[in-house]
Design a binder for this molecule. Structure first.
Ligand code: DX5
Ligand code: ZN
Length: 237
């Protein structure tokens, strides 16, 4: 299980994580944009892979992940918004190696869920499962203890810069309750993705989120370091 706590002088400090979504970066200088958020203190980089089938957009694929892996990036949090992710999971882990920290698939796109999650974890990579806004939490019933991360989509997947869906806060609160009732050793992290910005990150953190993906909430601001620091202050981490 991913260590959710930092032990500092014997005291447990819950560290919340910030993961800029590079889809919102300036692709003409992608290497520099990743370097800049790394220097701004980002914990991970969130890489949105889209196939034009599962979502009506086509973004980055294997060559982009290979290129990102060349420049010693922050740990990569790869979000596969693709049909049949079981076919590509291993390829992305291999081509992004050794920087792939987390590989997240969409529950709506994967029929062979149990094996796909097991396969991701067999590579020493955290396994995440993403739920679209309309997907109920009960899809997690059989697999929750297997997961390292549950990704709560706060927008309909496909594009950066969309409006945060307010009902996500209630969904995160409900998921927090479910996870907190689990054996601590089995508890996955709650990651949130879509429309996360300075004006809502505290509410989402208070609802129980642990990892915050933010694309335009960081890349559309003038100073990434100031934005990330401001986010950290708001989430108390
Ligand atoms: C949406 C992606 C998100 C999105 C985040 O399909 O999964 O990662 O790009 O961008 P913002 O934070 O601008 O909504
Ligand atoms: Zn994403």
């Amino acid at each position: 299980m991913y260590t959710r706590f930092l032990i500092l002088k014997g005291k447990i400090i819950m560290k919340k994580l910030i993961a800029p979504s590079v889809i919102a970066a300036d692709f003409s200088i992608l290497g520099k944009e990743v370097e800049d958020v790394k220097n701004a203190g980002a914990d991970w980089i969130h890489v949105d892979v889209m196939d034009g089938h599962f979502v009506p957009n086509l973004t980055m694929g294997i060559p982009s992940v290979q290129a990102l892996a060349k420049n010693d990036p922050p740990p990569m949090d790869i979000h596969l918004m693709i049909d049949n992710p079981e076919i590509f999971a291993e390829v992305f882990i291999r081509e992004g190696s050794p920087h792939v920290k987390l590989l997240t698939i969409q529950v709506e796109a994967c029929t062979l869920l149990h094996n796909t999650i097991t396969n991701i974890k067999s590579h020493g990579v955290m396994a995440g499962l993403a739920l679209n806004p309309a997907t109920p939490l009960n899809v997690l019933n059989q697999v929750l203890p297997m997961l390292d991360v549950v990704l709560v989509m706060c927008v309909e997947p496909g594009f950066a810069g969309q409006q945060f869906i307010e009902s996500s806060v209630g969904k995160i609160k409900e998921l927090r309750k479910i996870i907190d009732s689990m054996d601590p050793a089995d508890r996955p992290l709650i990651e949130v993705d879509g429309g996360i910005k300075l004006d809502n990150i505290k509410r989402v953190s208070d609802a129980g989120a642990d990892v915050f993906v933010s694309g335009s909430g960081i890349y559309a601001t003038d100073n990434y370091t100031e934005t990330v620091n401001e986010m950290r202050k708001l989430i108390g981490s």
